[in-house]
Design a binder for this molecule. Structure first.
Ligand code: ZN
Ligand code: ZN
Length: 169
């Protein structure tokens, strides 16, 4: 799905979010500058920021010297773009950081400071990919070993679509 250009409200604290334009990527991301400091990424946008070597200077500049309110992280959040409930899950097999993802439009919401923590989890995209692949293979078992040849992003989308089907039943 493409970059959403409508004004949206923060799924955590409901304040209006501010669009920050990232010129290098020609996309906007939404940050809750007047509320909790959370960040909403449209589908796949987060992939451009979750690695240590990727540039988040525009984000850091935007949140610099801001004071943010506390958001209740246990609440179920509603996707500000498509209105579906977001699903909480860990950002990786390290199971340390819980993020909110919309399985309908692919949006992801991170609470304040979570982006930094996610970036610290893996050094490279390869490492992250390998962890995803190992995770998925652990679930599907050795009978489907052949799936190993698929790229982790494809495996993940297969799993996400199965999950979405079950979730909507
Ligand atoms: Zn907020
Ligand atoms: Zn959505």
């Amino acid at each position: 799905m493409s970059d959403n250009l409508n004004e949206i409200n923060c799924p955590a604290c409901h304040n209006k979010m501010t669009k920050i334009y990232i010129p290098e990527l020609k996309i906007n991301i939404d940050i809750c500058l007047d509320g909790c400091g959370g960040i909403y990424f449209d589908n796949r946008e987060m992939n451009r920021f979750d690695e240590n070597k990727e540039d988040i200077s525009h984000i850091l500049e935007a949140i610099k010297d801001k004071k943010f309110i506390e958001a209740d992280e246990s609440e179920t959040r509603v996707c500000p773009v498509c209105g579906h409930n977001m699903v909480k899950h860990f950002s990786s097999d390290k199971q340390e950081i819980e993020i909110d993802e919309c399985y309908s439009c692919g949006g992801i919401f991170l609470d304040n400071k979570e982006l930094g923590k996610i970036r610290a989890e893996y050094e490279t995209e390869e490492e992250r990919d390998k962890a995803v692949r190992d995770d998925i293979l652990a679930v599907i078992g050795p009978e489907l070993e052949g799936l190993k040849e698929y790229r982790p992003s494809i495996l993940k989308s297969i799993f996400d679509s199965i999950f979405t089907k079950f979730a909507s039943m």
